[in-house]
Design a protein around this ligand. Sequence first.
Ligand code: URA
Length: 255
Amino acid sequence: MERLQKVIANRGYTSRRKAEQLILEGKVKVNGVVVKELGIKVSDKDEIEVEGIPLTKEEKVYYVINKPRGTICAVSDDKNRPVVVDFLHKNGVKERIYPVGRLDYDTSGVLLLTNDGELTNLLTHPKSQIEKTYLVRCEGIVNNHDLMRLRTGVLIDGYLTQKAKVELLSVDKKNKSSQVRITITEGKYHQVKKMFEAINHPVKKLRRERFAFLDVEGLKPGEFRKLKIHEVKQLYVLARFKEPHKRKGYKIRRY
Ligand code: URA
């Protein structure tokens, strides 16, 4: 048995002093019951929740990687192609982590990896409406009508996509291609590629620039970093509340 504040600190949630403060503020639950005394001791069997985030025995880890093109978004591949978790395991990460959602083999960019099943479920649930921003190089010259269709919704496999934020960044008249930034809140299979197929501008190159507020600035393809605790907390907040304007501390990004 160990003191509650020590267990919270040991599991990497916050410092012992901050844990004491959280307990006094009534933000800690043990087995579903709010605990406000500092003296309480807990065992491995007790379920602890801090600010709504469950603490489990295995330390939870969270990474963001700049996924290189030509890697599989999985923990293993039956065709022996490079898998994204290898980059972390070869560089000292011991935990059994897995990607949150999927990026295609030929898509690069922001990918979250964790061993936190609860956060994964929340973030990948359609209701979470997490914003994912992609940079698209597509065939042909995209016009205003195409942009409007992407914004208001196109039919993919009989499904009407939800509203998207779409911005035309550049057109290359010589190579007959366009660059578009699109932000979607869904995660259907091959969604971006199918949306651009629906407007007859197939995707040539795809990169995820942002997942919620996370980007990979400063990380080369294959490089990764650990998320900061405040970033993990913010992901929990975003995933639990559906309406962006009601999310505490949520900054609306200008496009
Ligand atoms: N949409 C796609 O079509 N592919 C991805 O990898 C991600 C989103």
